[in-house]
Design a protein around this ligand. Structure first.
Ligand code: ATP
Ligand code: MG
Length: 196
């Protein structure tokens, strides 16, 4: 298939939540994407995940089962070494040589993009879409003209860090993560301090 328009949403997804899903959905609609590929990190160079890559991959799969146009890729989980977006995009381009990629980032991640590995090459691999995230200013980072566009989306003040903290304190996660993800977290005792 040629001319596929594919969104890419990279993240630790520790765990995945409605903030990620709504952001992807808003960009998919606005940019007329055929699909959005969620790519959980393997080892992050920026932070350590609490849940294992396999758990984060499984939760991402469960979360996107509600969205027929979303899919999950394990390219970052399978690659050894730290995860860098430039490698994610190179791998996906290998799988979909003629597709146009739209890399989706929240305002917080977008601000740091200049520090990412091979940032100059990133602009050739995908168009970057920055979306609103409560508590962060949404602005175009230093980048070639037209490489980044911004999209205002319904603001969801949800973060994985907040969710992990709520598990520890026993607070309700209603409205923060899809029910299947909640059931998976319960079943595997995730974020209660005994993760594998
Ligand atoms: P943590 O608190 O562990 O950092 P997180 O909620 O920030 O988790 P990540 O997996 O770090 O989730 O984020 C992956 C991507 O999703 C990033 O581009 C991030 O900016 C974006 N994102 C996460 N939550 C939101 C949200 N509520 N609204 C918009 N974008 C979001
Ligand atoms: Mg984050």
């Amino acid at each position: 298939m040629s001319n596929l328009r594919l969104g890419v949403m990279g993240g630790t997804f520790d765990p995945i939540h409605f903030g990620h899903l709504i952001a992807a959905e808003a960009v998919a609609k606005s940019y007329e994407l055929d699909s959005v590929i969620f790519v959980p990190t393997g080892n992050s160079w920026q932070k350590n995940s609490l849940a294992s890559a396999q758990h984060r991959l499984a939760m991402t799969q469960l979360a996107i089962s509600y969205f027929p146009d979303f899919q999950v890729s394990s390219v970052d989980v399978e690659r050894t070494g730290d995860t860098y977006t430039v490698d994610t995009l190179r791998d996906l381009k290998g799988q979909y040589p003629t597709a146009q990629f739209f890399f989706i980032t929240g305002a917080d991640s977008l601000a740091g993009i200049g520090t990412w590995k091979d940032s100059e090459e990133l602009w050739n691999l995908a168009h970057f879409v920055g979306v609103t995230r409560p508590g962060h200013k949404l602005e175009v980072p230093k980048s070639p003209a037209g490489a980044v566009t911004l999209l205002e989306i319904p603001a969801l003040a949800i973060s994985s860090s907040e969710i992990r903290a709520k598990v520890v304190s026993g607070e309700s996660l209603e409205g923060l993560v899809p029910i299947k993800v909640l059931e998976y977290m319960d079943k595997h005792n995730l974020y209660r301090g005994n993760n594998d």
